[in-house]
Design a protein around this ligand. Structure first.
Ligand SMILES: *[C@@H]1O[C@H](CO)[C@@H](O)[C@H](O)[C@H]1NC(C)=O
Ligand SMILES: *[C@@H]1O[C@H](CO)[C@@H](O)[C@H](O)[C@H]1NC(C)=O
Ligand SMILES: *[C@@H]1O[C@H](CO)[C@@H](O)[C@H](O)[C@H]1NC(C)=O
Ligand SMILES: *[C@@H]1O[C@H](CO)[C@@H](O)[C@H](O)[C@H]1NC(C)=O
Ligand SMILES: *[C@@H]1O[C@H](CO)[C@@H](O)[C@H](O)[C@H]1NC(C)=O
Ligand SMILES: *[C@@H]1O[C@H](CO)[C@@H](O)[C@H](O)[C@H]1NC(C)=O
Ligand SMILES: *[C@@H]1O[C@H](CO)[C@@H](O)[C@H](O)[C@H]1NC(C)=O
Ligand SMILES: *[C@@H]1O[C@H](CO)[C@@H](O)[C@H](O)[C@H]1NC(C)=O
Ligand SMILES: *[C@@H]1O[C@H](CO)[C@@H](O)[C@H](O)[C@H]1NC(C)=O
Length: 896
């Protein structure tokens, strides 16, 4: 069976783009934040910045660079640094990491010592400017003949995990008939591979790059080193690692998660791949593999792409057949160096399996790097069928309801339940400060609705009114969530919306007596088998189809460090990725480890199970491939399947660019079958609501079941044959993607601290609009308050869409371009909310004149009137065609 989907994008004709009104949040952010995103002023063919200008979660670390040597460089990294220091006398470099693996990556990750280069007084033709800026230094490095590329070091956030519940192993005495339910192995045919084919991952080595692992866990072998399950690996960073400070790195011999507050993540991921627990009869996907763990996170905080690269290379050199990375940062450009290195390792027949990201709520174009790599497997998440939940009972009726304790609650109480508000329609601010309960709460558990204020505030309101515990019900849905509390003085637990409404109904007859049990029961998930809501949505900004495939990642039971109860249920593409990595291990055991990873990926895609779209299955039955990739991995069919289709996925780009595509279908078995070709449309994703909000992204991106894609086939075929159905997903966009605007309407815009502070609280478009902007450089005159002009103007930019190149040209009073203020590559789009909502930059009247372009030399403008002209290259735009650039010119800026 063949199937298809597409992203919808109408022509821009006559539809106005939306003006995004800066809100209070925006103003607070500007005033409260030091983390502005002024980006590199480097424009050089060797500069490969995949720094995500639009997304503050994926920042370049200042003064830190990865320098890649070219193939002909024969020296060592020490020699390279010595040479650099010799050429530029006062510049001091600190080498953070050294890469020396021929055919993968040779180079260094370095930190420029600030004092060094600022004090440097070397060669300056005009003798005007004695200081070399950081960008000039980097420019000179790039001029060196044996430098292939320079990349910025990018921070990578600690993977977010949604801890659903931590499980007490003693409570895990499920009845035999439900035992395998929480483990998802029947949804993916893993159970069948174990039982019928007897593959358990023997002989395959899977490397994991993560937060470390509790290898003392009995299900993970109870030790480290040869003969143990976790046989190889290393701790690249140590417990106290701080990403901003390379000197905080203290590597340890083993990748033990030794933190006081264990990190959970790496142990859970390891268990999904390889746990083998005799006591509770829990097995991972490939429990007989040899595991490796390379730890690149300290006990708190983030890591960086130079460490990810280092760890991938170490795992490659240790002979891993599969490497799992349940990490990344939103960056839907495939040019990120971690994606580049992942691709090179994949070319060496190591299957790279990487989480697509947990940004599903933020709409389309939100895939994480390095899963954007061309040759890696980017993994989306599908929700498990069952979760394990404790239950409480209504004593009078025996009715039972699943619940989840809040993050700081260890035990609940048995008592009577009353409602805070008797009516479920008019209580969106239930138990928030200023509200009054409908009932006497004294001595009772209190039922409240989620929303409007924090759980801690609700709990304190209830405690003040004499309540002894709080039971929160969700605003919608049939599943339980885990409430986050920090200071609640009474126990807090949650139930689903459905359960909350049912309890409210029963409460009309009077208070209910409840008993809370710790015993776990399998509970059906309402979104079972659908793409998880958090799973990131593709495609890449180059319209490469990502994600590639889905694993089970919503409500996953696996191991936790023993200090954290040994087991727990977590959700994330971080869980789906190791699930697929485990399936790859089973596949490689069956077919030999020396397999081309692209072939493995295609085989998984060819035999994946199509994931239905939520809602009405009769109209459009399948979810979009930019959510599910090829579908939910099916281990047995992928291993046994005799037909192979290559490529495993097709992106047609858009309707002005699409061309007929050729797929090759190979019969690997010795039997004749006829294949019928069929196009099965999936639900289109609509990233924008054009009539209402123009090209402002809709988050999350909705489906539009009024549209369908058609595909025609030029030939029908008869093959010598395999069995079952095979498929390939495809996607494309209606329209011309080059017409999608990059800047939100009214952006970029100039503002000033004065303007913002005098209008904080007033967020209308009019308020952020003055006529004259002055940069006053007279010492002691320009200041933050703006009396007499400020020393710089603020620039606010909202990117509706990513752009390969963003420039701010500086124009003189005649509007003639005299140079450049900012150049930035591979920019991300902004999101609708939070810190990623707007890019904040500033301009202090310096620029790189056209004549100094070759050396990135920045100088101040002379007194006068100037304009900034911002330019962004549209998607798939030809940089040489002026039509491909979107251009906005600022108001005049007076520099004195
Ligand atoms: C473990 O689970 C498997 C598969 O569900 C089942 O066949 C087996 O009997 C179970 N073993 C024990 C010891 O419960
Ligand atoms: C990490 O290092 C930076 C720079 O040295 C420092 O400013 C920051 O406070 C450190 N963070 C922590 C959590 O120690
Ligand atoms: C509440 O009642 C249940 C069922 O009777 C019991 O198992 C549990 O221990 C009780 N909880 C407390 C805190 O007393
Ligand atoms: C990768 O595996 C394929 C067989 O699937 C083989 O032809 C190729 O030579 C291998 N490549 C490398 C670099 O080992
Ligand atoms: C889509 O566009 C990219 C970049 O222009 C091109 O490399 C690719 O071949 C195109 N895909 C198709 C199916 O035409
Ligand atoms: C797509 O749109 C761009 C920008 O408007 C235009 O320059 C280009 O010619 C269009 N391409 C096609 C094939 O229509
Ligand atoms: C912004 O200021 C300019 C110049 O005074 C004026 O023409 C324009 O209408 C103003 N825009 C808004 C939205 O107030
Ligand atoms: C102006 O800003 C640039 C970065 O955009 C910086 O390198 C330079 O030091 C600043 N100059 C002054 C005088 O603040
Ligand atoms: C620029 O203007 C300032 C303030 O008006 C003045 O002090 C300064 O001398 C001027 N600089 C030049 C180079 O004209």
């Amino acid at each position: 069976m063949l199937f298809d989907y597409y992203v919808r994008n109408k022509k821009n004709g006559g539809v106005k783009t939306s003006r995004f009104i800066p809100s209070t949040l925006l103003l607070l952010y500007i005033l409260g934040s030091t983390a502005t995103v002024a980006n590199a002023i480097i424009d050089h063919p060797k500069w490969a910045a995949a720094a995500a200008l639009g997304s503050n979660t994926h920042n370049a670390l200042s003064g830190r660079y990865i320098i890649e040597f070219d193939e002909n460089y024969e020296g060592t990294s020490t020699r390279f640094v010595k040479e650099l220091e010799h050429e530029h006398d006062h510049i001091k470099w600190k080498v953070a990491h050294d890469y020396d693996t021929e055919s993968i990556f040779r180079g260094i990750s370095v930190q420029l010592e600030q004092d060094g280069f600022l004090a440097a007084a070397d060669m300056d033709e005009d003798n005007e400017n004695k200081l070399l800026s950081e960008h000039q230094v980097i420019h000179r490095v790039m001029e060196k003949h044996h430098v292939k590329r320079v990349y910025p070091v990018i921070e990578i956030q600690r993977p977010t995990i949604d801890l659903y519940s931590s499980i007490d192993p003693e409570a895990l005495n499920l009845s035999p008939d439900v035992k395998d339910l929480p483990f998802a192995h029947s949804m993916t045919q893993v159970e069948r591979v174990h039982r019928e084919l007897g593959f358990w991952g023997d002989g395959i080595t899977v490397g994991v790059i993560d937060t470390g692992v509790d290898y003392y866990h009995p299900a993970l072998g109870g030790g480290f080193g040869p003969g143990y399950k976790v046989a190889i690996g290393y701790d690249l960073v140590g417990d106290t690692f701080n990403v901003s400070d390379p000197s905080s790195i203290h590597p340890q011999d083993t990748p033990l998660d030794s933190c006081q507050q264990p990190s959970r993540h790496g142990t859970h991921v390891s268990g999904i791949i390889a746990a083998d627990d005799k006591k509770y009869n829990f097995t991972g996907v490939a429990p007989h593999v040899t595991l490796g763990m390379w730890r690149i996170f300290g006990c708190t905080g983030s890591t960086s792409n130079d460490l990810v690269i280092k760890a991938m290379i170490m795992a490659y050199e240790e002979g891993c057949n599969v490497i799992n990375l349940s990490l990344g940062g939103v960056n839907s450009w495939p040019e990120d160096p971690s994606a580049v290195v992942a691709d090179r390792i994949a070319k060496k027949n190591v299957t790279m399996v990487i989480a697509a990201g947990n940004e599903g709520a933020k709409g389309a174009f939100m895939i994480s790097s390095p899963s954007t790599g061309y040759d890696v497997i980017s993994v989306a998440s599908v929700d498990n069928e069952y979760s394990l939940q404790p239950m409480f009972f209504v004593d009078s009726t025996g009715d039972q309801f699943p619940y989840t304790l809040s993050s700081t609650t260890n035990n609940f109480v048995n008592s009577t339940l009353v409602a805070y508000s008797n009516n479920s329609d008019d209580n969106d601010d239930d138990a928030c400060p200023g509200t009054k309960p409908d009932n006497d709460l004294t001595g009772h558990i209190v039922l409240v609705k989620r929303g409007s204020c924090e759980f801690d505030l609700k709990a304190s309101q209830i405690a003040d009114a004499g309540g002894i515990a709080m039971l929160v019900y969700d605003k919608d849905g049939a599943d339980v969530f885990k409430p986050t509390t920090e200071v609640a003085s009474i126990p807090v637990a949650a139930v689903s919306h459905t359960s909350g409404i049912e309890l409210l109904k029963q409460l009309q007859e009077g208070p209910l007596s409840l008993s809370f049990s710790n015993q776990l029961y399998p509970v059906k998930i309402s979104s079972a088998g659908l793409v998880s809501r958090f799973s990131s949505v593709g495609p890449t900004y180059e319209f490469g189809m990502k994600p590639d495939i889905a694993g089970v990642g919503g409500f996953i039971f696996s191991t936790l460090p023993q200090r954290q109860g040994s087991y727990g249920i977590l959700s994330g593409t971080s869980m789906a990725s190791p699930y697929v990595a485990g399936v790859c291990a089973l596949y490689l055991q069956a077919h030999g480890p020396a397999k081309d990873p692209l072939f493995v990926r295609e085989q998984l895609q060819n035999y994946a199970a199509e994931v239905p779209a939520p809602g009405n299955r009769e109209i459009i039955p399948l979810d979009s491939p930019i959510r599910q990739g090829g579908g939910l991995v099916q281990a047995y069919d992928a291993i046994q399947g005799g037909i192979h289709i290559t490529p495993g996925k097709i992106s047609f780009n858009d309707t002005v660019r699409y061309k007929p595509q050729t797929v090759t279908i190979t019969n690997m078995k010795d039997r004749t079958v006829t294949l019928a070709l069929e196009n099965v449309p999936g639900v289109p994703v609509e990233p924008y609501n054009l009539p209402i909000s123009g090209f402002a992204p809709v988050e999350p991106a909705p489906s539009n079941s009024d549209l369908k894609a058609y595909l025609s086939f030029e030939s029908s075929i008869t093959l010598k044959a395999g069995d079952g159905t095979v498929q390939f997903p495809y996607m494309g966009v209606i329209g011309n993607v080059t017409e999608i605007p990059i800047f939100d309407r009214g952006f970029p815009l100039i503002t000033s601290m004065k303007e913002i502070s005098s209008h904080s609280g007033d967020n209308t478009e009019e308020s952020v609009n003055v006529t004259e902007y002055v940069i006053n450089r007279t010492p002691g005159v320009g200041n933050e308050n703006g009396d007499g002009g400020e020393t710089s103007v603020l620039v606010l930019i909202r990117f509706l869409m990513g752009t390969r190149t963003f420039l701010a040209d500086v124009l003189n009073s005649e509007q003639i371009t005299i140079g450049t203020a900012v150049t930035s590559n591979y920019v991300q789009r902004n999101t609708l909310n939070g810190v990623g909502m707007v890019v904040i930059d500033s301009w202090n009247g310096t620029y790189i004149p056209n004549k100094f372009e070759h050396e990135s030399r920045q100088v101040p403008v002379e007194n006068g009137t100037y304009f900034l002209r911002w330019r962004a290259l549209r998607l798939m735009g030809d940089p040489d065609n002026p039509d491909s650039w979107e251009t906005v010119t600022s108001k005049p800026i007076i520099v004195k």
